[in-house]
Design a binder for this molecule. Structure first.
Ligand code: ADP
Length: 174
């Protein structure tokens, strides 16, 4: 009998949580932890988006994610540059995880989910509502606070706080 712990790769429920994660916040981490409980494997994948100019390189973002997800055995960290649906197929994954904070998120996410479905009918997007504690939280807000040396300790994991301090040293004014 299959107790669900030893499934064939083709049958296991693999989800991908794509995003910029520039940098990963407590809001992202909350989604990662909750999604990891629902799937056999969760691949958190950093989008190498050439049109945005990120604060952290893809390598740095991947390292930070690996560090914060190290206690979650079914979570892998990766990056991609391809069309998301093509990347999903290469990973044999059928579920995209996205977080929703507000109506503004919803409109954009609905458009993305519909487009991805149009590109590949076998791929579905599952939305997880933000933990209300983090509904106001975004990577951009964190970067803005960190730039002016404000306290971000409740907003990001400690390893990210340290990385932000290195990007914006106290002896350098923005
Ligand atoms: P992207 O550029 O792909 O939107 P982000 O890193 O900003 O990348 O976000 C990745 C995903 O995480 C998106 O689905 C976003 O809505 C979600 N997300 C971001 N911040 C939060 C938060 N505080 N709570 C819940 N979900 C969030």
């Amino acid at each position: 009998m299959n107790d669900g712990t030893n499934r064939e790769a083709g049958n296991s429920r693999i989800a991908v949580y794509p995003g910029s994660f520039d940098p990963v916040t407590m809001g992202h981490l909350d989604i990662i932890r909750r999604a990891a409980k629902q799937f056999d494997r969760l691949i958190v994948s950093v989008l190498n988006n050439t049109t945005k100019s990120p604060l952290f390189s893809v390598e740095e973002r991947v390292e930070l994610l690996k560090e914060i997800a190290k206690d979650l055995p079914n979570v892998e960290v990766d990056y991609f540059r391809d069309l998301l649906v093509r990347y999903m197929r290469s990973k044999q994954a059928h579920i995209i995880i996205r977080g929703i904070r507000s109506v503004t998120d919803f409109e954009y996410e609905l458009q993305m989910a519909s487009m991805n479905r149009q590109l590949d009918e076998g791929i579905d997007t599952i939305f997880m509502m933000t933990n209300p504690k983090y509904s106001y939280l975004s990577s951009s807000i964190v970067k803005e606070i960190a730039k002016f040396h404000g306290n971000v300790s409740d907003l990001v994991p400690p390893v990210v706080e340290e990385a932000l301090r290195r990007k914006y040293p106290l002896d350098r004014q923005p």
